[in-house]
Write a protein of this length. Structure first.
Length: 237
């Protein structure tokens, strides 16, 4: 919301369905600073159409591309009981989809002044931290860890292919844990958190978004490829 209150910012919000009452109300409230573009991250045709729409709106390029789509269909299911088809779909959604979106929007990002690609991750993707949360978000943790390793590869090396060159082309990327958010996706661990980690803050969506914005604005190319906690510190991979 802070970005919309700043008249110098122009935000493009995407969703599979941009005609929901909540999204339409937000757009009506911010007609100059917010535009809506339909986007299904699982469809290349939809992504291509969204890129075309965004390109027409952004003659100077896209400063920040934020990959925020996520799913968590089996939040407390044991590994022994996981539906493997759903698990495979979740891992694909958390890795292939953001790669599809990022490479499609990359020319528009490169055209901008800031050139930043943000991947919304989770503290549960840290192998050191998720080990302490036995039985919680098993599939989700694996999927987000896979995303994190993709982010890392984007910076360092991926068989000397596309991703390896981003840093040298001035593109900064980051994986960011926005904090435990009060959203449907995060509800599956409410009881566990209340019992074992009551000290962890539970952020409203607006506050979690502000956490991401603060970290994203402070990024530099020298800090590219890091995994960030919502408080601005670095998380272990």
């Amino acid at each position: 919301m802070l970005q919309l209150k700043n008249d110098t910012n122009f935000v493009i919000a995407t969703a599979r369905n941009v005609n929901t009452p909540e999204i339409q109300a937000l757009a009506a409230k911010n007609p100059k600073s917010l535009k809506l573009v339909e986007l299904d991250v699982t469809s290349q045709a939809s992504v291509d159409k969204a890129v075309e729409a965004a390109t027409a709106l952004l003659p100077n390029g896209l400063d920040y591309l934020v990959n925020n789509a996520g799913k968590n269909p089996q939040p407390t299911t044991r590994f022994e009981d996981l539906n493997l088809d759903e698990f495979a779909d979740e891992v694909t959604f958390s890795t292939v989809a953001p790669l599809r979106v990022s490479r499609s929007f990359l020319p528009l990002v490169k055209k901008s002044e800031l050139k930043r690609i943000i991947f919304i991750s989770s503290v549960l993707a840290s192998s050191q931290i998720t080990f302490l949360m036995a039985g919680q978000f098993n599939a989700y943790s694996v999927a987000k860890a896979a995303l994190n390793m993709q982010v890392l590869s984007v910076i360092l090396e991926l068989a000397h292919k596309w991703a390896a060159t981003l840093k040298y082309e001035g593109v900064t990327t980051a994986a960011i844990h926005p904090g435990w958010s009060q959203t449907q996706l995060g509800e599956g661990i409410n009881e566990w958190m209340a019992k074992y980690a009551p000290q962890v803050p539970h952020f409203p969506p607006e506050a979690a978004a502000d956490n991401v914005i603060k970290i994203s604005e402070a990024l530099t190319l020298e800090k590219t490829g890091a995994f960030w906690h919502f408080d601005g510190t670095n998380l272990p991979w």
